[in-house]
Design a protein around this ligand. Structure first.
Ligand code: UDP
Length: 483
């Protein structure tokens, strides 16, 4: 190991956490040069046997100053889905401790970065006297919720068991009011294990020397000021938007990029529900008819419908065997309405499971994004100025949707019918409004998104707030290392 400042990063399992961690590490080693990063990677028995191609693509293209250590795989087969995220970490703690100790014997280790779910890992790093930081992959609104949850639990929430029984929206300092049913599903029942576990996560936020948040100041100015006014808070560094960077020598010849090349500028609606979102069969059917009836061009990333869960693929990211040469599209995508491909021929492309999203959003043909509102997807849309239609599914996405629609005005909302399903006519309305920008709402959304994109570019520019925050963090880490 050279004399560079050495930091370890420890993202939790989902690929959507790995991506911003790796991009953050790249910024440190490429912009500030004197850093070496070791990424401690969680693995499960499932992804040990067949790691997703998407994950391997990320890990195969790292700069020399970033190393990967794969922690031994843990078995999650005995766990319910909503416990897997946390317990992968819990079950990896002893191997993490061993790895950190051996890193400390052979090298210096100047800082340790985990995400919110890694607070037990932060306790371990602190026990080894390694300065520790949270890299928060979401926004100030969610950070405020986690910070205030213990207090809310004592005061406001103590009167109810189910959050949906609260009569008024929850008002976090400096944030848009949140109707209680927009808080995470795992938070809705105060007696549930998942609620208690989230309450516990809040603790980790106070253990660290600093919090790195993937936002920029102009985006959530009031929320940030309110967070900074809390003097129990470790320092906050706003370094975003950190999104996947497109390299100019990365010539992606995947089918969807070639297809996008042939479409008119700004004509394509990109439809995707993140790394793991799934729709019910009925909803999928309505969406298919809505896209068809809108008459607009679309690129739709689909997954086999799931009637039980809206995040059925979140920790899997696995895809079915790819379509074989002699299998027809109708047969392969047997969950889409019969004749869908024939009727949308030439203006619709359906890809199962995964596309290079950051490239899709930066392509000139992409003019709108129907999104599940995962934070990375939102940031990727903002840096490219692509207006959104919100379709939140799980985690903090309903809160994100409230912020995008009601505070930032960069997205449109679709209304659900009484059956809880967004109907095809409503989909046609939303798609036309965002893609034509002919109505007042569509125009306003387009204009606000463009302004926000410019704010994001400024934040990352030479004298921008995020660029400065990253330099200050780098300086703080270098200083710690030299002491
Ligand atoms: N992503 C991608 N291709 C896909 C779907 C997702 O590259 O087909 C990437 C996307 O660009 C983003 C991440 O996966 O960086 C998804 O993160 P997000 O926070 O939006 O959602 P999550 O997957 O956590 O729900």
């Amino acid at each position: 190991m050279d004399q560079k400042t050495h930091i370890a990063i420890f993202p939790s399992l989902p690929i959507s956490h790995l991506i911003p961690f790796i991009e953050f590490a790249k910024r440190l080693v490429l912009d500030h040069h004197n850093f070496h990063v070791t990424c401690l990677l969680l693995t499960t028995t499932e992804d040990h046997i067949s790691p997703s191609r998407a994950k391997m693509a990320i890990l195969d293209s790292l700069p020399a100053a970033i190393d990967i250590i794969f922690l031994p795989p843990v078995n999650l087969d005995d766990l319910p889905e909503d416990h897997k995220l946390r317990l992968t970490i819990t079950r990896s703690l002893s191997s993490l401790q061993t790895t950190l100790k051996s890193l400390l014997i052979t090298n210096r280790l100047d800082a340790f970065f985990a995400d919110l779910f890694g607070f037990e890992a932060i306790e371990i790093a602190k026990g080894l006297n390694v300065p520790s930081f949270i890299f928060f992959t979401s926004n100030a609104l969610s950070l405020a919720l986690f910070l205030h949850l213990p207090n809310l639990d004592h005061e406001l929430l103590s009167s109810v068991r189910f959050l949906s029984d609260l009569p008024d929206p929850i008002q976090l300092p400096g944030c848009v009011p949140l109707p209680s049913n927009t808080l995470m599903d795992t938070m809705q029942d105060r007696e549930s294990k998942s609620y208690k576990s989230l309450l516990n996560l809040s603790k980790g936020l106070y253990l660290t020397e600093g919090r790195i948040v993937n936002i920029f100041l102009a985006m959530e100015f009031e929320a940030i000021k309110a967070l900074e006014a809390n003097d129990r808070m470790p320092r906050v560094f706003l370094v975003g938007p950190i999104v996947k960077k497109e390299s100019s020598d990365d010539h992606d010849k995947s089918e969807c990029m070639t297809w996008l090349d042939k479409q008119p500028r700004g004509s394509v609606l990109y439809v995707s529900f993140g790394s793991g979102g799934t729709l019910s069969s009925d909803q999928m059917n309505e969406l298919a008819f809505g896209l068809e009836m809108s008459g607009k061009n679309f690129l739709w990333v689909t997954r086999r419908p799931n009637n039980e869960s809206s995040s059925a693929n979140f920790l899997k990211q696995s895809s079915r065997q790819s379509q074989s040469q002699n299998q027809s599209q109708d047969k392969y995508f047997d969950y889409l309405p019969s004749g869908f491909f024939e009727r949308t021929k030439g203006r619709g492309l359906v890809v199962e499971s995964w596309v290079p999203q950051a490239r899709v959003l930066s392509h000139g043909s992409t003019g709108g994004f129907m999104s599940h509102c995962g934070w990375s997807s939102i940031l990727e849309s903002i840096v490219n100025g692509v207006p959104l239609i919100v379709w939140p599914l799980y985690a903090e996405q309903k809160m994100n949707a409230v912020m995008l629609v009601e505070e930032l005005h960069v997205a449109m909302r679709l209304s659900c019918g009484e059956n809880g399903i967004v109907g095809r006519d409503e989909i046609v309305r939303g798609v036309k409004e965002i893609m034509d920008q002919s109505c007042e709402e569509g125009k306003k959304v387009g204009k606000c998104m463009n302004e926000l994109k410019n704010d994001a570019i400024m934040a990352l520019g030479e004298d921008g707030s995020s660029k400065k925050a990253l330099s200050e963090l780098a300086f703080m880490l270098l200083n710690k290392a030299s002491n």
